[in-house]
Design a protein around this ligand. Sequence first.
Ligand code: ZN
Length: 251
Amino acid sequence: MAQLELKSKVLSILEDKIQLIKRDEGAIYLVGPIRLPVNLYGETIVFQWYCWLQCDEVTEDYDRLIDSLSSMNLASFQQSSVLVYGDFQGEEDAMIRMHSICHTGDIFGSKRCDCGYQLKQSMKMITQHGTGALFYLANHEGRGIGLFSKAMAYILQENGYDTVDANIDLGFVDDSRNYDEAIEVLKALRSKPVTLITNNPRKLEALKNAGLPVSGRVPLWGDTSEFNENYLQTKVKRSGHLEAERTYSND
Ligand SMILES: [Zn+2]
């Protein structure tokens, strides 16, 4: 009985924070919002954080979902999430970034790519804009090849391959990233169009084709920010490596 009471208490706390998004196959369980104060360039900014899980089973009995968590071995798989800022549902104009996970760039601050910088800078752009969302896509490592394969691709790149050939010669297509889940989550959080933060017009087209309601695109690299001054100087100093560095980008 005590066990049951504990269980129903957990469920009563969580059930209002779980949203079921039914799909053609299975469903996405979206959990949040969760208040997440973030250190952004030394300033504390409060985001609303959501995480999601795609499952084959479709159920509104969240007790079942909660019951299965401990046996799902979720820590061995990456889950994606989204940081939301401002009145994302209601504001006419919102910026979003679909950020592909980059273990080396985002976590270690690797200079082989510009992902870490893009991550922080897009968060800053979203907060300055007033409303937006940063989708952190966990199955996008190395444009979809995974971290272990990316390590091999980096070794190939050290031996004269470019990033595209490295992926292809390891048996992958160059870019296997899929945005369908993120777009479903976006639609659950907001129905109005969004402005996409990206330098890559092909990514914009891919997302539009996948059903993302896009009103425009803003590049990530402006020349007005104090934070890209160093980056721009580095590009100049290491101009011989510029093309090679740029091609490592996940974007
Ligand atoms: Zn990267």
